[in-house]
Design a binder for this molecule. Structure first.
Ligand code: ATR
Length: 286
């Protein structure tokens, strides 16, 4: 973090509860130092019952804005004065910008982060190439599906344990989304060009994802939004059979770019050195 703040330092942070495991202060801190910005980005531990009031304090405390994480992303949509189209469609805000008149603008950069991560990691892939399979229908899946649909995916097979959640997602996001039952998840891989896990399965402390990859074409890209561990069992299995893979840490890094640019006035870059720096922070966590 920058140690030479002036009285004019720009301020931002991340609001969540709990917040102690957030990597956002570390990754924004890296950029602040990298670009020698007179600014600070701090963890803001905000309880659910305090969130609406805390958001209103951002302009009053002179903050340029904030990121919003679990469990406040949906409440943030209701709390801002204006929300961008993608945020309304996804039903959640993860980036708040305080405008010149003190009003609050809400964005959702998760879909942007997802797509930029795939573009950076896969030279040959674009959403138009063929069907995508998305596992899960939570908040992350909403952002991923919106980004794929907007990117021109011809067919999106949405697989979730609870079918009603997948149906609701498909209705809210629109586009070529076909809901597939959890039992049919392996046949959904036929002819796919992308497989994305947005469920918590495979995360440290959660059960593994039970999915045989035999029916997945060898050229299909595989990505997991889980990044702890970085190489999930799904990514290990996919790489072992020759599928191109992209881990989930990049989505976290890329989703941070629009907020940083808006608050601090510099378009930041995601680099290998930055990834290594953020990863070292993950290893330090208990
Ligand atoms: P987020 O908002 O971060 O995406 P979430 O809303 O908790 O998180 O969603 C978690 C996803 O993991 C959901 O799709 C969930 O499936 P359900 O909608 O059926 O709950 C999925 N998930 C979690 N545990 C699962 C399990 N044991 N088997 C299958 N899917 C699971």
């Amino acid at each position: 973090m920058n140690t030479t703040l002036s009285g004019k330092a720009k301020l931002a942070g991340v609001m969540g509860w709990p917040i102690g495991h957030s990597l956002s202060p570390r990754l924004h801190g890296y950029w602040l130092r990298q670009y020698a910005v007179d600014g600070a980005y701090v963890p803001l531990a905000v309880r659910r019952e305090d969130f609406a009031g805390a958001v209103r304090m951002l302009p009053r405390l002179g903050f340029a804005g904030a990121n919003v994480t679990v469990p406040h992303k949906e409440a943030a949509l209701a709390a801002v004065d204006e929300a961008a189209g993608e945020a309304r469609r996804i039903g959640a805000v993860n980036t708040i910008v305080v405008r010149a008149d003190g009003s609050l603008m809400g964005w959702n950069s998760d879909g942007f982060g997802f797509m930029e991560n795939l573009k950076a990691g896969l030279a040959e892939w674009n959403p138009g190439l063929g069907p995508a399979v998305v596992l899960g229908a939570g908040g992350a899946a909403r952002a991923v599906c919106a980004a794929l649909v907007d990117g021109g995916v011809p067919e999106l097979r949405l697989v979730n344990r609870t079918a009603s959640r997948a149906e609701a997602l498909a209705a809210d996001i629109g586009g070529p989304i076909e809901v597939v039952s959890w039992a049919e998840r392996e046949s959904a891989l036929d002819g796919a060009r992308l497989l994305t896990n947005t469920t918590t399965l495979g995360m440290a402390g959660s059960p593994p994802l039970d999915l045989a990859l035999e029916r997945l074409p060898p050229e299909a890209a595989v990505t997991d939004i889980v990044y702890a561990p970085l190489r999930t069992p799904l990514l290990v299995a996919a790489a072992a059979r020759g599928n191109p893979t992209v881990d989930g840490l990049g989505m976290l890094l890329h989703q941070a770019r629009p907020g940083f640019a808006a608050w601090f006035g510099v378009e930041p870059e995601v680099t290998d050195e930055m990834r290594t720096f953020v990863l070292a922070g993950m290893e330090d966590q208990d």
